[in-house]
Design a protein around this ligand. Structure first.
Ligand code: GLP
Length: 239
């Protein structure tokens, strides 16, 4: 496990963008699974100007690792909408390089990725409860591949699904899909990044505490090629 601690959010975001960018420069297909959420906002800003109009990066293929569908709205769910707005659209990434995971194809996600040559890198955020992708405590287990998580999976799942769609009851789905721990562990490289004091306690617990399903991200400690990129605040509980 490698840990990189940067002075602030901007520098942390630059480092994460550089790691991704460095992966892209290959003479072969490169498969990246990338995260939505608020943490990557700055990183995508950097990455958009790094990759836009660079046709020689057409070897890079992008995957989302979870999706929360809108109940009524057709088309992309929460994750792909977010990734499209933050990155795919401003960077003009052609559709042929984007491979959406959704409720219709989640059962074949692991097979598809395997057939595409596997993930070269997966970029993850982390929730204050220790989740990554949609692997929340009490939902998936370490042995699970890409999974369907229903609204009754945990006591507060209905509330979580509601907040994911911005509090709009009409759009609250009754499930989401996510790559499971076993799917994520198959990536050749993992980068997990976090910013702010609100992530400090979980960073310590997930990466310096016991490996347990109660803290889903704790499994990632065992990955042979994982880099954790933090700003000072997120690293503030580490010694
Ligand atoms: C959501 C996403 C996760 C992400 C997490 C943290 O649950 N599905 O992939 O890691 O949020 O988000 P943020 O970066 O906004 O703290």
């Amino acid at each position: 496990m490698k840990i990189i601690i940067e002075e602030n959010y901007e520098k942390m975001s630059r480092v994460a963008a550089n790691i991704l960018l460095g992966k892209m420069y290959q003479q072969k297909r490169v498969n990246l699974a990338i995260t939505a959420g608020s943490t990557p906002i700055k990183m995508y800003e950097y990455l958009v100007s790094d990759v836009k109009n660079k046709s020689y990066l057409d070897n890079v293929h992008y995957y989302n690792f979870d999706e929360i569908p809108f109940k009524q709205r057709k088309g992309y769910g929460v994750t792909m909408t977010n990734l499209t707005n933050l990155f795919f659209k401003p960077a003009d990434i052609p559709e042929s390089q984007i491979h959406p995971l959704d409720e219709n194809n989640y059962k074949t996600q692991d097979k598809r990725i395997e057939q595409d040559g596997g993930l070269d890198l997966i970029l993850l955020g982390i929730g204050a409860d220790g989740h990554y992708c949609g692997n929340l405590p009490g939902t998936t287990k370490f042995e699970n591949l890409t999974s369907y998580v229903g609204e009754n999976a945990t006591e507060n799942m209905k509330d979580i699904l509601l907040s994911e769609v911005g509090g709009d009851e009409n759009e609250r789905p009754d499930f989401y899909v996510t790559m499971g721990p076993k799917s994520v562990m198959q990536a050749k490289e993992i980068v997990l990044f976090a910013t702010g004091k609100k992530k400090a306690a979980i960073i310590k617990r997930a990466f310096f505490g016991p490996i347990t399903n109660e803290v889903p991200a704790s499994l990632l400690q065992t990955h042979p090629n994982i880099t954790i990129v933090l700003d000072k605040d997120a690293a503030s509980e580490l010694h």
